[in-house]
Ligand binder design. Structure first.
Ligand code: BYC
Length: 325
């Protein structure tokens, strides 16, 4: 008995899958016009849009301190940093758009509270030392997570990450330097720095996502070479990076059980409070409602800018048409 003939679409997808598998196997890049499995496309849209939203929402905790930075120099640095985060969001929205989703759709999902963004941005920033802790811990964790993403199999995502990582390195150092200045200051300043690190340390470890055995997406994302290391591997790497830096700062990492396990070549640490993580993901973190409300207000108040830009683009297009005619 002969097998039924494939339809043209089925034949395309058999060939497409074979070419896709070959590109992944030889560690090359998938580009927007290449054939890709629907699930690969959906995973990328999910991760890249969440990543973009994180950058955009992530402007708020530090934006909160721009008018109160302790000197003109600190203010200029903080403004530049927050502006960099906006840029990261824009590269990432553009990368996601190459997969067929529109910027409007992504924005709507965010302001409707339907999209995820990193849990870390749902915590408050009550003191200036929070700017140091965010740079050191949050940007530090972001670098650990994003450097491997520079080798992600999807070209536009990987290329966006190269520039993002360069800027994040500057952010991490400026955070470290804020903490170092505070630690070299008065007793009250040292206490403020320690208090900020106490509050940001555990949430920064949660940025890497759930433990490997509770991470539903990891296995497939690693097979597709979107993720190169597991959540726990990157968390370990991050802690290993922090320990010597904390010593230089004279700051205590708030985990009494943290120690190097020579036999297993890994850091032993206390259990992360995953209940808190899931609460924040469910929208019940300390600042979730404020973050989304601010984003929604900014979107509504910015409507006139989008209308003006669209009208300008239409006018330019008409002028070009007339010039060509
Ligand atoms: N927060 O199966 P898993 C920055 C979700 S901003 C919220 O391990 P995956 C900065 C996860 O999405 C840069 N949700 O997922 C900006 C999934 O949910 P769905 C932030 C989290 O994707 C301003 C579910 O939990 N970095 O640097 O394989 C100032 C199960 O997880 C979180 C990025 O966005 C979380 N922490 O791995 C300063 C990195 N963790 O979608 C700094 C890009 C997990 O199935 N993203 N979830 O409903 C990634 O690398 C990966 O998506 C993750 C998760 C490692 C986060």
């Amino acid at each position: 008995m002969t097998a039924p003939a494939l339809t043209a679409a089925e034949a395309d997808s058999v060939v497409g899958q074979a070419v896709f598998d070959e590109i992944i196997a030889r560690d090359s890049r998938i580009e927007p016009r290449d054939w890709m499995p629907d699930a690969y496309r959906r995973t990328l849209v999910r991760q890249i849009s969440q990543h973009a939203h994180s950058e955009i929402i992530g402007m708020q905790p530090e934006g909160n301190w721009i008018t109160r930075a302790p000197s003109l120099k600190r203010k200029a640095i903080l403004m530049a940093k927050v502006q960099d985060e906006a840029g990261h969001g824009l590269y990432l929205y553009s990368a996601a758009q190459t997969l067929g989703i529109t910027r409007d759709e992504m924005t709507q999902q965010l302001i409707d509270g339907k999209a995820k963004y990193s849990s870390i941005f749902n915590y408050p920033t009550p003191t200036w030392a929070d700017m140091g802790a965010i740079g050191w811990l949050v940007d530090g964790a972001a670098i650990c997570n994003q450097v491997p993403l520079c080798r992600a199999s999807y070209g536009p995502y990987a290329r966006a990450m190269v520039r993002v990582c360069k800027e994040e390195s500057f952010h991490q150092r400026q955070g470290f330097e804020i903490l170092l200045s505070l630690m070299n200051g008065t007793e009250a300043q040292r206490e403020m720095a320690q208090d900020a690190v106490d509050r940001w340390y555990w949430p920064s470890l949660m940025m890497f996502g759930p433990p490997d055995d509770e991470s539903p997406n990891s296995a497939q994302s690693m097979a597709w070479k979107i993720k190169r290391f597991s959540n726990d591997e990157l968390r370990q790497r991050f802690v290993g990076m922090l320990v010597p830096q904390a010593e230089v700062l004279g700051i205590r990492l708030p985990d009494p059980d943290l120690r190097w396990n020579e036999d297993e070549k890994r850091w032993d640490m206390s259990e992360i409070d995953w209940t808190e993580f899931h609460e924040v993901l469910a929208g019940r973190g300390p600042m979730n409602a404020v973050r989304i409300q601010n984003r929604r207000d900014a979107h509504e108040e910015g409507a006139w800018v989008r209308e003006a830009a669209a009208e300008y683009a239409r006018t330019q297009a008409r002028k070009t048409e007339r010039a060509v005619a």
